[in-house]
Write a protein that binds this ligand. Sequence first.
Ligand code: NAP
Length: 352
Amino acid sequence: MTTLITGASGHLGANLVRRLLEDGHSVRVLLRQGSNNTAVDGLNVERVYGDLRDRPAMNAAVQGCDRIYHCAANVSILDGLPQLRQEIYDCNVIGTRNLLQAALAAGVSKVVVTGSFSAVGHNLSQPSDENVPFNPFGNHLPYEFSKSFVEHECLKAFADGLNVVIAVSCAILGPNDFKPSRMGRTLVDFANGKLPAYVPGGFEFVSTRDIVQGHILAMDKGRPGQKYIFSTQFLTVDELMNIFEEITGKSRPRLRIPSLLMAAIASTADAILPRLFPQMPRRFTSGAVRILQMYRKADCQKANNELGYQPTSIRQAIQAAYDHFGQRGIIQTVTPVVRSPQTKETYSEIQR
Ligand SMILES: NC(=O)c1ccc[n+]([C@@H]2O[C@H](COP(=O)([O-])OP(=O)(O)OC[C@H]3O[C@@H](n4cnc5c(N)ncnc54)[C@H](OP(=O)(O)O)[C@@H]3O)[C@@H](O)[C@H]2O)c1
């Protein structure tokens, strides 16, 4: 029985692959030629190469697979250029459609598709659960729209007879972050004293351990056509900075930019940078500032009640990410990291 993972070179995929191998599964990974595929180096996996936008490549990738975890996506906080929007749409929406149609044709027994909390509706008065609809007339990033349309593709495939479940992720924190991710870069820059400033706000975070566990629970117990939200903890940015300080022993940046000012700076940059440097990674766009200002909270009761999902600790995940970056020499640790028995466990998880 082969399990296919798309996005295996990414942050979530890298952690999911390791867990599935640990659990004794036979794993095939979908990678792209020319990408940074360090995340799967040295792992006992079957590699297939292809782009989600290439339907024949998806037909080939799913052949002989019993289960699929579809984690791949173009994850972006950028907006602006039509080419960029088109690329996000093609990778995320058309790519998911290609994969799900290929899975249906090949008789795959179950697919878990990674969703995003940004495609769950926002409820000011209480934490959002799976029933709060995404508002298509809201001010959203192209990525957020695309993840909502991904859910639509899942429902269409379900209506066509595919057993598909959506595992909704919040902002991911944890080890095996080889690219690294935006949150990973923030931790690295903080630890290396290169984070110039921060912006207040709040968001719902999920540890790599919990989102991986959520995917496995969704595969084993998730009801076809349903979605489940997986989060570990809501944190304000100030609370996140507290944890970063405790773990790294460094102080937070002195500059705490008020959100209104940051939104103004980011929207000026939005008007200029995409035209000059369309692919340049950015820490903040006005869309990212807006998301932080929403202080969105998640309600994971459905995952808890139906799947037995139990979140662990976000602090432990940040410690494991710090250890992972330290081991790879990306963070210059001045003093050896003091590890509690709890964090030793996550440390050995990284070493596997
Ligand atoms: N990171 C978060 O905080 C967060 C929050 C909510 C939801 N999610 C969801 O979680 C999932 C995993 O996110 P992540 O953080 O692991 O992302 P990531 O680190 O950016 O990895 C994305 C993966 O998708 C692959 N990919 C992108 N476009 C592709 C295409 N056209 N064809 C084939 N592969 C493609 C990438 O391959 P290459 O290496 O070749 O580019 C990479 O392996 C995504 O579905 C994302 O929407 C993430």
